[in-house]
Design a protein around this ligand. Structure first.
Ligand code: CO
Length: 141
């Protein structure tokens, strides 16, 4: 069902400090930065080979990541698996009895399509399914 680990999501309360940590001390290049209003986050993607670390800073306290930080503090937030067909992956998860947060794909960072599996059915690990956007060379940045 999955091709690879697409990224690991990390919740942070100080985005600039976290970017400095991951880029300067851990040596990961910043590849993308985006505010995703629908998800209430500012996100920074750093490269690790073909995979990424996704730093997530909440846009407010009453957002999913804001509530996560208030409850658990900064740290690991989710694991994201790459798949070619997120709608198909949702159906497979559902048919295997996993509880979905998203019954339908929604827009993620860099125009990907994503869906989250509820951590109550994945051993406490919030799990994201990611279908990357098709490459668009003329607008790549
Ligand atoms: Co993610």
């Amino acid at each position: 069902m999955f091709d690879s680990i697409d990224h690991v999501g990390v919740a942070v309360d100080d985005l600039e400090a976290a970017v400095a940590l991951y880029s300067d001390k851990l040596g990961m290049p910043v590849q993308h930065r985006e505010t995703v209003e629908e998800q209430g986050v500012e996100a920074v993607l750093l490269g690790v080979g073909e995979s990424h670390v996704e730093l997530l800073s909440p846009l407010g306290d009453e957002t999913p990541v804001g509530r996560f930080l208030a409850k658990k503090g900064p740290g690991m937030h989710h694991t994201a698996y790459k798949c070619a067909d997120v709608a198909g992956a949702i159906e497979q998860c559902r048919s295997r009895g996993l509880r979905m947060i998203d019954e339908h794909p929604r827009r993620g960072i860099r125009d990907s399509l994503v869906a989250f599996v509820h951590p109550s059915s994945t051993g406490g690990v919030l799990t994201e399914l990611v279908q990357p956007a098709a490459p668009r060379p003329e607008t790549d940045h």
